[in-house]
Write a protein that binds this ligand. Structure first.
Ligand code: DSN
Length: 472
């Protein structure tokens, strides 16, 4: 029997790699096996299509292409121009944006491009100009301080980390926390929801240059129309980081007030989460910021990754197909079913449920820290990640939460019935785990962990991952 195209392609690639360094070929094969066997509930992960994966493994990786389409610092970029222009066109069409910049290597990079574009657009300063011609990572803490003082308003208002915001929205472990004088808006302690009146109040007091919306652990929709009104009321630039929910925007689940593109001055995203593309980022904006955004490389980015831009073009083309809208709807239906299944069994959820792709379980309801719960679930074949909950008494390392999401399992084909089974498995593990002598230690009967592992494998067996890929 002849092999299908996908199996032939991946088998051949592994054979070529194995001839040079067999351990790499083995690790690639083992990664597929591990992914096939695990109940992947990490809200920010997914499974890109074989076409997207294959578009990355080629000689585009060998090409330097600093600059933008038609304006490169290197000769011979005509084919890179083709794929970059295609990826940008698909991104513009998919999201209804005037301009798309598809070079960022990651979400952090996309946000850096956006920050510098906003600064360059908003602030006329010799110090900024000086900083622009130096390597950003050469600037010291004192340089940043002097720069902010000279520039005047360098304030960013974003969602607090423990309410579900992201590190790149002005927090200390990220360069955004050094570039900007940051203040956060949180969520209402009673409901766990964003209180727009409080955001408006904080904006009036703080007068930020940039108001950021977007999250990595907030299980609800955000009203971007209201956020834009708040930004306008204080003269701030409104930026949305839609990395987590870009697939829901692309699939038209988030429309109207909940679609950031018509409301924000600038939108950033990764391409590998709910959008289901290759690992990378992109920026969308209107014509007024386009020139500055296009200076992302070499301003804050290293040379573009043409092989990844080729894969972005493939994945974005896939996201423009009608079946992607169906996929996006199923992500949300599955998250809803998972949340309902957990609540019915007594789990405590932040905000009580979800209306996007993720669910945040407050595992203090089970008497556990996030760290204990994460490891107990992992022992049982369920891959999640710990996450702070609002006002978390255990901080960002141990945490009190477990974040779970449905983009990956939905790609695999699991539906709402399987989400109920998944809720049962999670609840079984968490309710049978007891805390140990430290915030990291726990006790879980290995026989129970094995039983859940077996049940998870049986569940997944009905939904093979990459069914067309047979590595032999
Ligand atoms: N690391 C990503 C996530 O898991 O949400 C965000 O950068």
């Amino acid at each position: 029997m002849s092999l299908n195209a996908e199996s032939t392609a991946f088998r051949s690639a592994l054979e070529v790699i194995r001839a040079v360094e067999p351990r790499v070929a083995d690790a690639i094969g083992a990664e597929l096996a591990d992914q096939r066997e695990s109940l992947k509930l990490i809200a920010s992960e997914n499974y890109a299509s074989p076409a997207t994966l294959l578009a990355m493994g080629n000689w585009f990786s060998d090409k330097y292409a600093e600059g933008t389409v038609g304006r490169r610092f290197y000769a011979g970029c005509q084919n890179v121009d083709t794929v970059e222009a295609l990826a940008a066109e698909h991104a513009r069409e998919l999201f209804g944006a005037a301009h798309a910049y598809v070079q960022p290597h990651s979400g952090i990079d996309a946000n850096l491009v956006a920050f510098w574009a906003i600064l360059a657009d908003r602030v006329e300063s010799p110090a900024l100009k000086k900083a622009q011609v130096r390597q950003v990572n050469e600037l010291t803490e004192a340089d940043w301080f002097a720069l902010r003082r000279e520039l005047g308003n360098q304030r960013m208002l974003g969602m607090s980390l423990d309410a579900g915001g992201h590190l790149t929205h002005g927090f200390r472990p990220n360069i955004s926390g050094k570039m900007f004088d940051q203040r956060s808006y949180g969520t209402d302690p009673a409901t766990g929801l964003i209180d727009y009146d409080r955001v408006a109040e904080a904006a009036r007091e703080f007068k930020p240059l940039i108001l950021v919306a977007g999250y990595s652990a907030y299980p609800r929709k955000v009203n971007f129309r209201i956020m834009r009104e708040i930004a306008d009321s204080v003269g701030a630039t409104f930026m949305v980081d839609m990395a987590h929910f870009a697939g829901l925007v692309a699939g038209k689940v988030f429309t109207g007030d909940f679609d950031p593109v018509p409301h924000a001055h600038i939108v950033t995203t990764t391409t590998h989460k709910s959008l289901r593309g290759p690992r990378g980022g992109l920026v969308l904006c209107g014509p007024e910021l386009a020139d500055q955004v296009d200076r992302g490389c070499p301003m804050v980015l290293g040379g573009p990754l043409p092989h990844v831009m080729a894969a972005k073009a493939v994945a974005l083309a896939e996201a423009r197909r009608p079946d992607f809208a169906d996929y996006a709807q199923r992500i949300v239906a599955n998250a809803h079913a998972l949340a309902e299944g957990l609540v019915r069994r007594g789990a405590k959820l932040v905000t009580g449920g979800t209306d996007n792709h993720l669910v945040l379980i407050d595992v203090s309801g089970y008497g556990l820290t996030g760290r204990q719960a994460e490891q107990a679930l992992l022992d049982s074949g369920i891959v999640t990640n710990r996450n702070a909950v609002p006002q978390d008494p255990n901080g960002a390392w141990y945490t009190s939460g477990i974040r779970i999401g449905t983009p990956a399992l939905t790609t695999r084909g699991l539906g709402t019935a399987e989400m109920d089974v998944t809720a049962e498995l999670i609840h079984t593990v968490l309710s049978q785990t007891t805390p140990g002598e430290s915030k990291a230690k726990y006790v879980l009967d290995p026989a129970l962990a094995n039983k859940v592992n077996k049940h998870a494998s049986e569940l997944l067996a009905g939904f093979p991952l990459y069914p067309a890929v047979d590595l032999g």
